[in-house]
Design a protein around this ligand. Structure first.
Ligand code: GLU
Length: 450
């Protein structure tokens, strides 16, 4: 590995010793940049990597709110504005008890390269709160969102930072957050958040975008491999918005998702999650707030595996759409022994670095990285920003065709970059290189301002 990368990585490990998720993602990105850093000695002279691994700004704040029984709770909110070199900060908000600074920093770092990959001018940010929306009443969620925005509003804006949803933050939460923002600031402000409802500036296809985009990416992989999606079986993890969009698009293209997972275990449906009834039921399960995938097994009389992950099932394609570190080395070995050819990350950092390395070493296996595969979500958010600033609304076909076209560009651009640096069909390194290069060019051009 390049000595400059090694040095920066060591500093990151020491300085962020209490932030394992963040260190993990920095290791994953930087270790694949060796050929680029070798070709650009001026980066070291400009301390480019040292600057890139520190967020431009971290905002941490107190969020007090009152539950339905009049009891006061206090949560910790975050917004990490990681890198604004190529455009306004952009990235989601995650509400989950697992949120902490390490998680938000890892997501913000990833987001910087993901947003760069979309080809649109968006910098990287992420935020969230250690608040658990599961089991809360609608009014509690509303009061919490209002309390959260009462601090966040002063740090965001259409030219500054444009938040959106992520785990635990869907259309309902975005609506409440936007309502409070508008009340405080008193203007449309180009919608400020993306993922808004259709009636107040939301884009068509935004709810479907991450899932659809991931399947468009898989189509591009298939084309590269002279293979086809039709007839393939797919193991999905998660059962939220992303898994829903993926299941729908897979069904449309003649493939079938056969597993879903939740915190309680996973379900296996050999007939596939392909009918409208089954796909719509995923939305119902999410809206119920029960957070249990067993409900699907009960409703459609299929097998439920409590406490297990779906990676032992023999399928053609694996698409983890849940959360980080869903697949460790042991799970990865199961996947390989089942002869799976396509390992397509969808959730952010679903694979431990050890498991990722192992999977990438398997001859003939195609591994695709989440920052490219799931970029369709933020990409359509970027299209929502364009529509809001122009006071226009594009048709579903227009948005979908842009999404489709850019997902193919993301795949092809990554494949080309890896090839150019002699790395073969390495989509992981290719995505890191393309995402990094644009941010690096912008930072170099802007001098040592940040
Ligand atoms: N949270 C999503 C992501 O990870 C969407 C972000 C956005 O639309 O800004 O890309």
């Amino acid at each position: 590995m390049n000595a400059y990368i090694e040095k920066v990585l060591n500093e990151v490990r020491v300085k962020n010793a209490n932030e394992p998720e963040f260190v993990q993602t920095v290791e994953e990105v930087l270790t694949s940049l060796s050929p680029v850093i070798d070709a650009h000695p001026e980066y070291e002279d400009n301390a480019l990597l040292e600057r890139m691994v520190i967020p431009e700004r971290i905002i941490e704040f107190r969020v007090p709110w009152e539950d339905d029984n009049g009891k006061i709770h206090v949560n910790t909110g975050y917004r990490v504005q990681f890198n604004g070199a190529i455009g306004p900060y952009k990235g989601g908000l995650r509400f989950s008890p697992e949120v902490n600074l390490s998680v938000v920093k890892f997501l913000g770092f990833e987001q910087t390269f993901k947003d760069s990959l979309t080809t649109l001018p968006m910098g990287g940010a992420k935020g969230g709160c250690d608040f658990d929306p599961n089991g809360k009443s609608d009014r509690e969620v509303m009061r919490f969102c209002q309390a959260f925005m009462t601090e966040l509003y002063r740090h965001i804006g259409p030219d500054v930072d444009v938040p959106a949803g992520d785990l635990g933050v869907g259309a309902r939460e975005v609506g409440y957050l936007y309502g409070q923002y508008r009340k405080i600031v008193g203007g449309f402000k180009n919608g400020v958040l993306t993922g808004k409802g259709r009636s107040f500036g939301g884009s068509l296809i935004r709810p479907e975008a991450t899932g659809y985009g991931s399947v468009y990416y898989v189509e591009a992989v298939m084309k590269h491999e002279n293979d086809t999606l039709a007839g393939k079986t797919v193991a999905l993890a998660g059962f939220g918005n992303v898994a829903w969009g993926a299941a729908r698009k897979l069904a449309e293209l003649g493939a079938k998702a056969v597993t879903l997972s939740g915190p309680d275990g996973y379900i296996y449906d050999p007939d596939g999650i392909v009918t409208d009834e089954k796909i719509s039921y995923m939305l119902e399960m999410r809206a119920s707030g029960r957070n249990k995938v067993q409900d699907y097994a009960d409703k459609f009389s299929v097998q439920f595996y409590p406490g297990e992950k779906p990676w032992g099932q023999k399928v053609d394609i694996i698409m983890p759409c849940a959360t980080q570190n869903d697949i460790d080395l042991e799970q990865a070995k199961k996947i390989v022994s089942n002869g799976v050819k396509y390992y397509i990350e969808v959730a952010n950092m679903p694979t431990t670095n050890e498991a990722l390395k192992f999977l990438m070493e398997q001859p003939g296996m195609v591994v695709a990285p989440s920052k490219a595969v799931n970029a369709g979500g933020v990409l359509v958010s970027g299209l929502e920003m364009s529509q809001n600033s122009e006071r226009l609304s594009w048709t579903a076909e227009e948005v979908d065709s842009k999404l489709h076209q850019i997902m193919i560009e993301i795949h092809d651009g990554s494949a080309d970059a890896a090839k150019r640096y002699g790395l073969g069909y390495n989509l992981v390194a290719g995505a890191n290189i393309v995402g990094f290069q644009k941010v690096a060019d912008a930072m170099m051009a802007q001098g040592i301002a940040w």
